[in-house]
Design a protein around this ligand. Structure first.
Ligand code: GLC
Length: 473
């Protein structure tokens, strides 16, 4: 079985969010299980010199973009155990930032079409192309509308994974001809609610549709979560399933992690206390073993639940707790936490930005990890926190619900709340803080959290099952 994983970002080549983590780890895990898997993504400006030095030029071709033809250089690089194809076109990709340009529809229509156009020129014939989010949504659409009749493409199947249904690739209808270059009688595939919706096109054309957790695959049938796509999701429910993401347990391993202050494992968690003391020291908080440290590592945006945190922050601070916050995002939350840290520097520390090494120190040094998302397709931070024995408090939504269970019955690995309600969250925080006071019970919980299996193994096996299902048909 051969799978080509088409993505707009993958760690360590180019990253802006969780998709990069998944695209960096799943292909590796598939290869370990003897599935031939290669990755294709754009050759962005930000691809490092180190990776460029490893690239081998294969060929240059031209790719149709509507009535035009554009240059595309095909490069190949082996990164770790995985072969990557990097597709070059400087006009489209020699820019700052991966997305957010006025012509993103054209950039990723080009890329999606280039993925198909490169196939006759590489030594890898995929049985399945696995596409991700709106940037690669045109692959299944082009395959069905333009390439199917060619014998080389006839049997290729597609999987489309939704990592976040909020970002759909919505544009005006005028791009159908001149940018997407779709035959007129197929335009309906990408039309939805009076405009072009690339994600909807993929939902129509893919053989299997997945999301990154089972709960989210149910939630997106509901208008509250679906951002307008609920009807088409319900219509195509028969091909929809949810497979929870994993984390790279080799990268995230407190026993060998050389970024954290002191290594530890579930057999001997004593090193965690040292991480905590060092974190308190580094952040200028009182170095006290008896006060629970609550960590937050997140984009500071409203769908991550920060309006709840903001609403009851004062109340939470009235307890004997410390907060260490790392993130950036909306001005409202950045300034709120910044001001809170300034006014309460014995209880709150805030660092603005995306700093992976400091994030790792929070995962290791905090006692509790707060992640009260309004919606969360999967979420990776709660799994990393578990791996480092930092007990997550989450809202029961999406992947948070599938990976964290309430420890109220002495079996779970964290603390959860259901409604999107600030006081329900505050109550969960209170319960966690109470739990923390019982040292013995807490240590049992920490061990249990660290022993949860969120590695890619199980999930990779589920993807393999899904691929087999399509190919056996
Ligand atoms: C998106 C989702 C996040 C998920 C990630 C990887 O960033 O918002 O919940 O973990 O994709 O699938």
């Amino acid at each position: 079985m051969k799978v080509l994983y088409a993505t707009s970002e993958a760690y360590p080549v180019a990253m802006s969010g969780g998709l990069a983590d998944v695209a960096g780890a799943l292909p590796k895990a598939l290869r370990k299980r003897l599935v031939g898997c290669r990755v294709v993504l754009p050759l962005y400006e930000e691809v490092s010199d180190e990776i460029r030095a490893n690239m081998r030029f294969i060929k240059s071709i031209t790719v149709p973009v509507s009535w035009r033809r554009q240059y595309c250089g095909i490069f190949e690089a082996k990164i770790g155990s995985v072969i990557y194809y990097l597709l070059d076109n400087q006009y489209y990709f020699k820019r700052k930032g991966l997305y957010g340009h006025y012509d993103d529809a054209e950039r990723f229509a080009f890329f999606s079409r280039a993925v198909l156009e490169m196939l006759p020129h590489i030594s890898f014939k995929p049985d399945i192309i696995h596409c991700n989010d709106w940037q690669t949504a045109m692959v299944p659409v082009y395959l069905d509308t333009i390439y199917r009749k060619d014998a080389a493409y006839k049997d290729i199947k597609t999987v489309f994974t939704i990592h976040n249904i909020q970002y759909q690739g919505k544009y005006g209808n005028e791009i159908i001809g001149d940018v997407l270059g779709l035959p007129e009688n197929t335009a309906h595939l990408v039309e939805y609610d009076g405009c072009v919706n690339l994600m909807k096109g993929a939902i129509e054309c893919c053989n299997k549709l997945t999301t990154v957790s089972p709960t989210y695959s149910e939630e997106i049938k509901d208008p509250w979560f679906a951002h307008g796509l609920e009807n088409i999701i319900k219509e195509r429910e028969f091909k929809l399933s949810g497979i929870v993401n994993g984390i790279d347990t080799e990268v995230y391993n407190p026993a060998i992690d050389d970024i954290i202050y002191q290594n530890y494992s579930s057999e001997d968690i004593s090193g965690k206390a040292i991480n905590k003391a060092k974190l308190q020291e580094e952040t200028g908080l009182p170095v006290r073993a008896d006060v629970p440290v609550i960590g937050i590592v997140s984009r500071l945006v409203s769908h991550k639940g920060f309006d709840l945190v903001k609403y009851v922050f004062g109340e939470m601070l009235s307890k004997d707790v410390q907060f260490v916050i790392l993130g950036s995002g909306e001005w409202e939350f950045e300034t709120f936490f910044h001001n809170m840290a300034k006014a309460n520097n014995d209880k709150v520390y805030m660092k603005l930005g995306f700093v992976p090494s400091f994030a790792r120190k929070i995962y290791a040094g905090a006692d509790i990890f707060l992640m009260p998302s309004k919606s969360e397709p999967c979420g990776l931070a709660q799994m990393i926190a578990l791996r480092y024995g930092t007990i997550p408090i989450v809202r029961e939504t999406g992947g948070l619900k599938d990976t964290v269970t309430d420890s109220g019955d002495n079996e779970g690995n964290g603390f959860t709340f259901k409604s999107y309600n600030a006081h329900d969250m505050a109550r969960a925080v209170e319960r966690a803080v109470e739990g923390y006071r019982d040292k013995e019970g807490w240590n049992v919980l920490v061990k249990r959290a660290m022993e949860c299996d969120n590695s890619w193994g199980k999930s990779a096996n589920n993807y393999i099952k899904l691929y087999k299902e399509i190919l056996d048909k």
